[in-house]
Design a binder for this molecule. Structure first.
Ligand SMILES: [Zn+2]
Length: 461
C-alpha cells in the first residue's frame, strides 16, 4: 500500500536544507519513494491512500540520542538538586536517592517517558540503562525506533563524581558485559530491524581500563554503537584525575575507547585538548541542552563541531521533549558564542534529526529523500504562534511547541495520528505512573526521616 501526504510544506533536512511548499511525499513499504509537487505525485500514485496535509508541515522525526526513560520518576525533584561545580564533590546526580521500583513499576515510568517522546515528535531514541531487558518488550511495543544501550561499570558502591577511592569489583563489570551480550542476543535486529542493541559504559570514573577494554572488544564483536557519559560534571573530572592522573577524555583515549561509533554524552566540563581528542576520533556528541541548562553547565558545541565531532541531541533525565531540547540548544549556543545569528535554526534542526540518526548508525534516516526510511512527523502550522508561515523551520525552532506535533510515523507506520498515540493506552499509563511515583516517594521519605522533603512536595495519596 502506498501513502501520499499531499498539500504539505515539506522540510527535507537534505544537504541544501530544502523546504518544499505545496508538495507531496509518497511512502511505500516503510520507505520514502518520491517527493515533489502535489499534482505530480498524486498523478504518479493514483491508487495511493491520500492524507491531505493542508495547514500542516512534514518534518523528519527527532532522534533523542541520550535518555533514561525511567527517570521520569524524579521529575520535579532532581532538576533542582544538581551536583556541585566546586569541591566538596559528592557522588550521584542528586543528594536524594531515587526510590526503588519493581521491574513492572519501572516499565510504567519508561512508557510514560515514551509517551512524552512520541508527543514531542521523537521517532528514534537511544535508551541508556541498566536492566533494559526488564522493559524492552513494552518499550519495543511503543513503535519507536530504538537503540538499547545496556550499561556496564565496575566501581563498587559509588556514583558519578564520587570523590572517594575507586573500589574495583570485577564481578560487577562481568555482570554488565553479560547483560549486554544477552540483550543483544534477544533484541538486536528485532521488529524488522527497528530495534538495535548497543554497548554503554557508565562514565570514566565508574570503569577500570580493563573493563573499558572489554567493552570496546565486545562493541567490535557485536558491530554496534557504543556510548558513555563523558565530562558530565566537575566531580567526575576531579575523580578521574584522582584515580587515573588524567582528564576523562584523555583517560578514554589512553584506554582505546574513542572512535567514530562512540556517542559521548554531555562533554561539558572539557579542556580544549579533550575536545580535540574527541574530534580527532570523529566521535559523536549528545548535546543534552535542556538538562545542561538546568545544571548550569554548557558544552562548547561550536568547538566540538569544528574539531570534527558530529553533534546530536538528547534529553537525558526527567524529560523527553525534543522540541524544547532543540530550541534550548540554539539559545544556549547563541548566548555562549555571543552571536545572535548562529547557530541557525536549520543547524539546530539538523542536530536534533539527521545528525542523531547518523550517530545511531542510520545514514538513511532523519532526513526526507527518496529511498530513506519513512520516519517523519506532521505538525499543525495554523497556530497563533506559528503564523505567518514565512520560514517554517525558523518559526518552528524558535516558537514551536511539542503540542504542535499531530502525527508521528516510524518505518512508514503511524504511531501517533491526529493527536492520538496509537501504540499505548495513554490515560492508563498516566494514571498508573502518577500512583507509582507518589507511593514510591512517600515510602522513601517515610523510611528516611533524615532526608529533607523538597519544598511544595505533594502529600501521599
Ligand atoms: Zn545520562
Amino acid at each position: 500500500m502506498t501513502l501520499v501526504i499531499h498539500n504539505a510544506t515539506i522540510v527535507t533536512g537534505d544537504d541544501e536544507d530544502r523546504v518544499m511548499h505545496r508538495s507531496a511525499i509518497a511512502i511505500e513499504a516503510g520507505r520514502i519513494t518520491a517527493l515533489g509537487g502535489s499534482d505530480a505525485i498524486l498523478a504518479a500514485y493514483p491508487d495511493a491512500e491520500r492524507v491531505d496535509a493542508a495547514d500542516r508541515a512534514v518534518l523528519p522525526g527527532f532522534a533523542n540520542i541520550h535518555t533514561h526513560l525511567g527517570m521520569t520518576l524524579a521529575r520535579g525533584v532532581f532538576e533542582d538538586l544538581s551536583p556541585p561545580h566546586k569541591p566538596p564533590f559528592c557522588g550521584g546526580l542528586s543528594p536524594i536517592p531515587l526510590p526503588t521500583l519493581s521491574v513492572e513499576e519501572n516499565a510504567v515510568m519508561v512508557q510514560l517517558g515514551a509517551l512524552e517522546a512520541i508527543r514531542s515528535g521523537t521517532t528514534a531514541l537511544l535508551e541508556d540503562g541498566a536492566g533494559i531487558a526488564g522493559y524492552a518488550k513494552p518499550l519495543a511495543a511503543t513503535g519507536l525506533r530504538l537503540l538499547l544501550a545496556e550499561r556496564a561499570w565496575d566501581r563498587k558502591g559509588a556514583g558519578i563524581g564520587d570523590p572517594g577511592p575507586f573500589v574495583a569489583d570485577e564481578a560487577l563489570g562481568e555482570a554488565g558485559l553479560e547483560r549486554i551480550a544477552a540483550l543483544h542476543a534477544a533484541w538486536n535486529g528485532a521488529e524488522g530491524g527497528r530495534i538495535a542493541v548497543g554497548v554503554a559504559a557508565w562514565a570514566p570514573d565508574m570503569c577500570t581500563p580493563a573493563l573499558l577494554g572489554k567493552l570496546r572488544a565486545l562493541q567490535q564483536k557485536l558491530d554496534c554503537v557504543c556510548t558513555i557519559h563523558l565530562n558530565q560534571i566537575w566531580g567526575e573530572v576531579a575523580a578521574t584525575e584522582a584515580h587515573r592522573g588524567l582528564l576523562p577524555t584523555e583517560y578514554l583515549e589512553k584506554s582505546g575507547f574513542l572512535h567514530d561509533r562512540l556517542i559521548a554524552a554531555h562533554c561539558r566540563c572539557m579542556a580544549h585538548s579533550e575536545e580535540r581528542l574527541l574530534g580527532r576520533a570523529r566521535s559523536s556528541v549528545a548535546f543534552n541542552s535542556a538538562i545542561a541548562a538546568r545544571r548550569g553547565l554548557s558544552p562548547r558545541i561550536s568547538v566540538l563541531e569544528a574539531e570534527g565531532c558530529t553533534i546530536g541531541m538528547g534529553t537525558d533525565n526527567m524529560a523527553e521533549d525534543m522540541v524544547e531540547v532543540m530550541r534550548t540548544g540554539l539559545f544556549m549556543e547563541r548566548i555562549r558564542r555571543e552571536d545572535g545569528r548562529n547557530p541557525t535554526p536549520e543547524q539546530a534542526l539538523r542536530w536534533a534529526t539527521r545528525n542523531g540518526y547518523r550517530a545511531m548508525g542510520i545514514a538513511d534516516g532523519g532526513w526526507l529523500a527518496p529511498g530513506n526510511r519513512a520516519d517523519l512527523i506532521m505538525i499543525r502550522t495554523d497556530r497563533a504562534h506559528l503564523v505567518p508561515r514565512l520560514r517554517p523551520v525558523s518559526a518552528f525552532v524558535h516558537q514551536g511547541q511539542a503540542s504542535d506535533v499531530e502525527s508521528v510515523m516510524v518505518d512508514g507506520r503511524w504511531i501517533m495520528r491526529d493527536g492520538r498515540v496509537l501504540t499505548m493506552d495513554e490515560p492508563a499509563i498516566i494514571r498508573e505512573a502518577e500512583a507509582i511515583a507518589r507511593r514510591a516517594w512517600a515510602k522513601l521519605f517515610a523510611e528516611h526521616p533524615e532526608i529533607a522533603v523538597p519544598a511544595g512536595f505533594a502529600p501521599p495519596i
